[in-house]
Design a protein around this ligand. Structure first.
Ligand code: ATR
Length: 279
């Protein structure tokens, strides 16, 4: 039987993951399939307990299941343990294994868009304090970024994040403090949902950022957010969310289907066209 994989979430209809994995299956000439499976929160435990019975080699996990899926795993990778969340599952020796590939995905994307970015970044400003922000803070710390200013609407969530990463120097701030924070920031990362299609805009002025600063946005719909457009107009180096989406998918594919896939310009163009509604 050819390997089957899934992406579970609630809702899940918007997921681009099937497009990415079917592209790789076709390019590499491999048998297999990848399905969107809507799993409501009350049904998660039953689904996870039956992955092998349902004929799946494993799959991806998205909102709102990443933390509960972590708790259901028999074995997890160190990065998943640090974030207490998984986005990639597989069955090994009859047991459920879990990894979090969002961190590696974000770093691979930034490495590709702005080579050697970490050599010039000392101070980073991170917008947001949700699940995505946790992965980004961990990623930046893993590359030796020493100072992180975390800006979030709800201060208590920032405090939770601070407590989760006692080894990282995180200063909490309000959006009102941004103009001062941006003055000596080397990197700005948006991890909030602001600026995403259907969400409120992310209304910040990038004028105070130094000319050498880098601006990254993990939002990928639209492909070029207003934040990235403003940064590009100022001549700053930028990194969009599409790369993270593509790179985080690769380790799961290798586990379920047995070959390392490549993030190519052609794949980027296919998924970009889908996001832009052109395909
Ligand atoms: P994810 O797991 O994708 O990070 P999340 O945990 O719901 O999702 O986090 C969403 C982030 O976007 C949070 O930082 C949230 O701020 P709060 O912690 O104050 O809720 C931020 N966010 C979402 N909508 C926002 C808005 N209208 N204004 C400011 N921040 C917003």
């Amino acid at each position: 039987m050819s390997p089957r994989a899934f992406v579970i979430g609630w809702p899940i209809s918007h997921s681009r993951s099937p497009l990415i994995h079917h592209y790789w299956l076709e390019q590499l000439g491999l048998p297999g399939s990848y399905a969107r499976v809507p799993v409501a929160p009350p049904d998660l435990a039953t689904f996870l307990a039956n992955i092998a019975v349902l004929g799946f080699a494993g799959g991806n996990v998205t909102l709102p299941h990443k933390e509960k899926a972590f708790a259901a795993c028999a074995v997890t990778t160190p990065v998943a343990q640090r974030l207490k969340a998984v986005n990639t599952l597989w069955i090994e020796g009859g047991q459920l294994f879990g990894d979090n590939t969002d961190v590696a995905g974000f770093l691979a994307s930034l490495d590709a868009d702005v080579p050697d970015w970490d050599k010039s970044v000392d101070k980073a400003v991170v917008l947001g304090a949700g699940g995505a922000a946790r992965g980004i803070v961990y990623a930046l710390h893993s590359r030796g970024i020493r100072h992180i200013a975390l800006v979030n609407r709800t201060r208590s969530r920032g405090e939770d994040l601070q407590r989760q990463f006692p080894e990282v120097e995180i200063d909490l701030a309000d959006f009102a403090a941004l103009p001062a924070l941006l003055k000596d920031a080397d990197l700005l990362v948006n991890t909030t949902s602001l600026g995403m299609v259907g969400q409120p805009p992310l209304d910040i002025d990038l004028a105070p950022l130094p000319a050498k600063a880098i601006v990254a946005d993990i939002v990928y719909a639209p492909l070029e957010t207003a934040l990235l457009r403003q940064a590009a107009a100022r001549g700053l180096r930028t990194s969009g969310g599409l790369g993270m989406l593509l790179y985080q998918a690769a380790p799961g594919f290798a586990r379920w289907f047995g070959r390392e896939p490549q993030v190519t310009p052609d794949l980027r163009a296919r998924v970009a066209a889908d996001i832009a509604g052109k395909s």
